[in-house]
Design a protein around this ligand. Structure first.
Ligand code: AMP
Length: 377
C-alpha cells in the first residue's frame, strides 16, 4: 500500500491520515508523545525526532515523507530527504523556521510585507526601529507561534525592554500594521507542478490563537483573490515547492498594496480545516496527493463555510449533541487531554448561502459558550 511517513503526530497528522485513507494511502507517524492524536489513525513510532533508528523506520518502504509542523530539526529533515521524497523539502522548512529569512524571501520575490529589519544585538535596535518606524512589533526569529515571542515597542526608550523580554537573541522588527482583517490563502502544488488555490479566508484570533475562520472571506473581489494567488504562486515556484503551503496576510483596504504577507506555514493549516467538508477536495487530501504524485483535486468550495476552534474543553452535554445535530454542522474531536487554551477539536459549518452559514455559526458559538469573535462592535 502507498505509504507516507509523517514527522509529527498531532491533529494535523490525524486529519492527513483520515484523508489519505479515502484515497488508498496510509500514513505512518513519528512523534515523541505516545498520546499523539495521529496514533488513532495510523502506526505511531514513539521516539525523538533525532533518533536515527526511528527515522529509518519511518522511511522504511515509504513512498514519500512529510511533516505536520514546521520546526522539524534540520538533521531529521536531511536524514529523511536522503531516503525518500520529502515534501515540502528542506529549503521550504529552513525558510519558514526563521522569520527574517521568510520576510527576505518575500522581499526578493516582490511580495509586499510590513517594513522589517533584522536585529542581532542590542546596538542594532535603534537603527532598526528608525528603519521600520514606531510602533513596531519585535519578534523572535525562531520558534514563535500563536503570537508568542512578540513585544510591541511604542517608544524608543522601550527598545532594551524588548531585547530582555524576548531573551536577548536574534530578532525581527516589523512595522505595526493597521490592518482591517487577517486573511490566509492555502495553496497546493503537485509533483507535476500543477497548482490549486483555495479561496481567501478570514481569520479571527483570541489571545493569539485562531478561534474562527470564515470561508470564503466575505467581500473578496476576483482581483484580491488573484493578488493572493499570485503571492502564494511566487513562493511555491521559487522554492520548487510540493504540497500545501499557507500564507497569512494582512488586509489593508484602501492601501496600495492591499495585501501584506505576514508569514507562511509550509504545511496544512488550521485555517484550512473547513476544507474537509467545505471544499471538493480538502487541504489534507491534496497534500497527500501532492506527496505521492497523484493529480490534485479541485479546491472549489462547496458552499459558504465557517470553522470554530474548540479550545481547552469540548462543549458540555447536552449542548454538544445539539451542535452535532444541526444541519451542515460537523464536530471533530482530536481525543486530546483537556487543558486551558489547547486546541482539542473544531466544528465546521457548511451552508447553502452566507446568511444561513452566519446564523448556524452564531448558534454553534452560542451553544459552545463562545463570545462571537467575528462580531464587530
Ligand atoms: P505571527 O506570529 O507573526 O502570526 O503574529 C501573531 C499575530 O500578531 C498576528 O496574527 C497579528 O494579529 C499580529 N501581528 C504580527 N505581526 C504584525 C504586524 N507587523 N503588524 C500588526 N500586527 C501584527
Amino acid at each position: 500500500m502507498t505509504t507516507v511517513g509523517v514527522l509529527g503526530g498531532g491533529q494535523l497528522g490525524m486529519m492527513l491520515a483520515q484523508a489519505a485513507t479515502g484515497i488508498g494511502v496510509r500514513c505512518r507517524f513519528l512523534d515523541p508523545n505516545h498520546a499523539s492524536p495521529a496514533g488513532r489513525e495510523g502506526e505511531l513510532i514513539v521516539a525523538d525526532y533525532d533518533d536515527p533508528e526511528a527515522l529509518a523506520r519511518l522511511c522504511a518502504g515509504a513512498d514519500a515523507a512529510t511533516c505536520e509542523f514546521e520546526n522539524v530539526p534540520a538533521s531529521a529533515a536531511s536524514f529523511v530527504s536522503q531516503r525518500v521524497r520529502f515534501v515540502p523539502g528542506a529549503a521550504a522548512l529552513e525558510t519558514a523556521q526563521e522569520r527574517y529569512r521568510e520576510n527576505a524571501l518575500f522581499a526578493d520575490l516582490g511580495v509586499p510585507t510590513p517594513a522589517f529589519a533584522p536585529v542581532d544585538d542590542l546596538s542594532e535596535m535603534v537603527p532598526a526601529l528608525e528603519r521600520v518606524g514606531l510602533p513596531a512589533v519585535c519578534k523572535t526569529r525562531r520558534m514563535g507561534y500563536d503570537g508568542k515571542g512578540q513585544f510591541i515597542v511604542r517608544d524608543m526608550r522601550d527598545a532594551p525592554k524588548a531585547w530582555t523580554a524576548l531573551g536577548q537573541r536574534p530578532l525581527l522588527f516589523e512595522q505595526l500594521v493597521e490592518f482591517q482583517r487577517e486573511l490566509s490563502i492555502i495553496a497546493v502544488r503537485g509533483a507535476d507542478g500543477s497548482e490549486a488555490f483555495y479561496p481567501l479566508v478570514e481569520n479571527h484570533h483570541e489571545g493569539g490563537i485562531l478561534r474562527l475562520t470564515i470561508a470564503p472571506a466575505p467581500g473578496v473581489s476576483a482581483e484580491l483573490q488573484a493578488e493572493a494567488e499570485g503571492i502564494a504562486r511566487r513562493v511555491l515556484e521559487a522554492l520548487g515547492y510540493i504540497g500545501v503551503l499557507t500564507v497569512e496576510l494582512f488586509h489593508c483596504p484602501g492601501a496600495e498594496p492591499e495585501l501584506l504577507a505576514n508569514e507562511m506555514a509550509p504545511r496544512v493549516h488550521n485555517s484550512g480545516h473547513w476544507t474537509i467538508e467545505g471544499a471538493e477536495c480538502s487541504q489534507f487530501e491534496n497534500h497527500i496527493r501532492a506527496c505521492v504524485g497523484m493529480d490534485l483535486g479541485p479546491a472549489r468550495p462547496k458552499g459558504p463555510s465557517a470553522m470554530i476552534n474548540i479550545l481547552g474543553a469540548m462543549p458540555p452535554e447536552p449542548a454538544l449533541r445539539e451542535i452535532g445535530s444541526l444541519d451542515g454542522v460537523f464536530v471533530h474531536s482530536y481525543g486530546k487531554a483537556e487543558r486551558p487554551g489547547r486546541k482539542i477539536g473544531h466544528i465546521t459549518v457548511v451552508a447553502g448561502d452566507e446568511a444561513s452559514r452566519d446564523e448556524t455559526t452564531r448558534r454553534v458559538l452560542d451553544l459552545s459558550g463562545i463570545a462571537d469573535p467575528g462580531a464587530h462592535p
